[in-house]
Design a binder for this molecule. Structure first.
Ligand SMILES: *[C@@H]1O[C@H](CO)[C@@H](O)[C@H](O)[C@H]1NC(C)=O
Ligand SMILES: *[C@@H]1O[C@H](CO)[C@@H](O)[C@H](O)[C@H]1NC(C)=O
Ligand SMILES: *[C@@H]1O[C@H](CO)[C@@H](O)[C@H](O)[C@H]1NC(C)=O
Length: 400
């Protein structure tokens, strides 16, 4: 599934511009030159709104930032990204002896710790996150709240296991020392070991980074960071420090996959009961840091089974914590181009999403900027509904 999606990304890249035309602002997407679906030299009007002086400066800054972000992403894709692709090609060559790896530093302790489950070779997914919602030290994130963001408001780290690929390990060592945001667990990184990754995330945070809240995300999850922070700050004001929180898109009475051929297969031996406890979909869930110690204790008793999010639900159930459903967490989204009518989605169709699943690489950047523009100019969706842009969509379909 991820592979098919990846291939799509190669055909879809486009350039984004924000331009001022008369008294309106227009966000324009232009196809990448190499795109086979490009029809001549078209640009497409996307977002239109009346120009207010405060918007003007913001949108001008945003235009610079958009260009710069795409430039950096593409530059990395051609260099380090390529090295990862090549390295991933070589399978098992035995373990590389790591010299010394810098682990993330949790000082000062962030309000929100974001733990992203990442796959060793997916460097560009990590890079897209670093360039957008991953870090508070991002000019545009700050511009949106109209103040310099506290750098310890949130911190993003990537959880990763061992590879059996020496070349990949060498690259990872360089990456870890450069960004100091990779946390290596002592297990082989594989799909069926994701519960180990989850457990490791709990242990690591419990020992080294007891943030007030923890958000677990996947590397293809888009996190609407400013909204997540706003919600958690509100929660923090309303409830006492001891109140436990476990929140996400609730999945109820789900049955384990018993089909041995399935990627999601869970044996009766691993999990004997017919249904899982209530759990939040793994694309994104939040819990309070005051639960870390108890979760860590539960890990000594509750048997892990190869379904990371359901397994986390079992740990919560063991601790008697109930799940709070929030439909602003959007799992199982189509993952197609953000702006496409057919099978895709328009941000206008969501009510202030917190996490959207299957937003990958360059789509992270597009979604990030669209969310920021929407936040700044909330009337855009009304304009679109009333006919500007001809469709309830950010982009005219024609060019696709
Ligand atoms: C595309 O647009 C540019 C600048 O707007 C122009 O110079 C160029 O000739 C156009 N190309 C085609 C194929 O229309
Ligand atoms: C999970 O990690 C453990 C520890 O490294 C390893 O022994 C095991 O083979 C891994 N399982 C899979 C399915 O990769
Ligand atoms: C953790 O477990 C202890 C002992 O069972 C319990 O008293 C405490 O309330 C739990 N903490 C939270 C945050 O649920």
């Amino acid at each position: 599934m991820r592979l098919a999606f990846k291939r799509k990304l190669i055909i879809l890249p486009c350039l984004v511009f924000l331009i001022a035309v008369g008294n309106v602002f227009v966000l324009v997407y232009q196809h990448h030159e190499k795109s086979p679906v490009k029809k001549s030299n078209q640009t497409v009007t996307v977002l239109i709104h009346e120009k207010a002086p405060s918007s003007y400066n913001f949108l001008k800054a945003l235009r610079v930032e958009i260009k710069e972000t795409f430039r950096r992403y593409e530059a990395k894709e051609k260099t380090v990204g390529k090295n990862y692709q090549k390295a991933a090609f070589y399978k098992k060559q035995g373990r590389y002896r790591r010299n010394s790896i810098a682990f993330p530093d949790c000082q000062p302790t962030p309000f929100l710790l974001i733990e992203v489950h990442t796959t060793p070779q997916n460097f560009m997914e990590r890079e897209a996150i670093r360039l957008t919602w991953g870090r508070p030290q991002n000019a545009i994130n700050a511009a949106n709240v109209g103040e310099q963001l506290n750098p310890s408001l949130w911190k993003t780290v990537f959880l990763i296991g061992h590879t059996q690929n020496k070349r990949l390990d060498e690259l990872l060592e360089v990456e870890a020392n450069h960004h100091k945001d990779l946390v290596f667990g002592n297990f082989i990184d594989s799909y069926r070991n994701l519960s180990r990754k989850m457990a490791f995330g709990v242990e690591w945070a419990s020992k080294h980074c007891q943030a007030r809240y923890i958000l677990k995300a996947d590397e293809d999850s888009f996190v609407n960071i400013l909204e997540v922070i706003k919600l958690l700050k509100k929660y923090d004001r309303m409830y006492s420090r001891n109140t436990p929180l476990y929140m996400g898109a609730a999945l109820l009475a789900k049955e384990p996959y018993r089909d041995k051929e399935s990627k999601f297969y869970v044996s009766e031996k691993d999990y004997p009961r017919p249904t899982y406890p209530p759990y939040a979909a793994g694309a994104g869930y939040v819990f309070s840091g005051n639960l870390l110690r108890n979760l860590s204790t539960a890990l000594k008793v509750v048997k892990l089974f190869p379904n990371e999010d359901a397994c986390f639900g079992a740990l919560m159930q063991h601790n008697g914590v109930s799940l709070l459903n929030n439909d602003r967490f959007i799992p199982f989204s189509t993952g197609k181009a953000v702006y496409r009518k057919e099978g895709g989605y328009s941000l206008c169709r969501f009510h202030s999403p917190l996490v959207i699943h299957r937003v990958s690489g360059i789509l992270q950047i597009q979604t990030h900027f669209n969310v920021l523009v929407l936040r700044h100019v909330p009337t855009i969706c009304q304009h679109i509904k009333h006919g500007i842009g001809e469709d309830d969509n950010f982009v005219d379909d024609e060019i696709w």
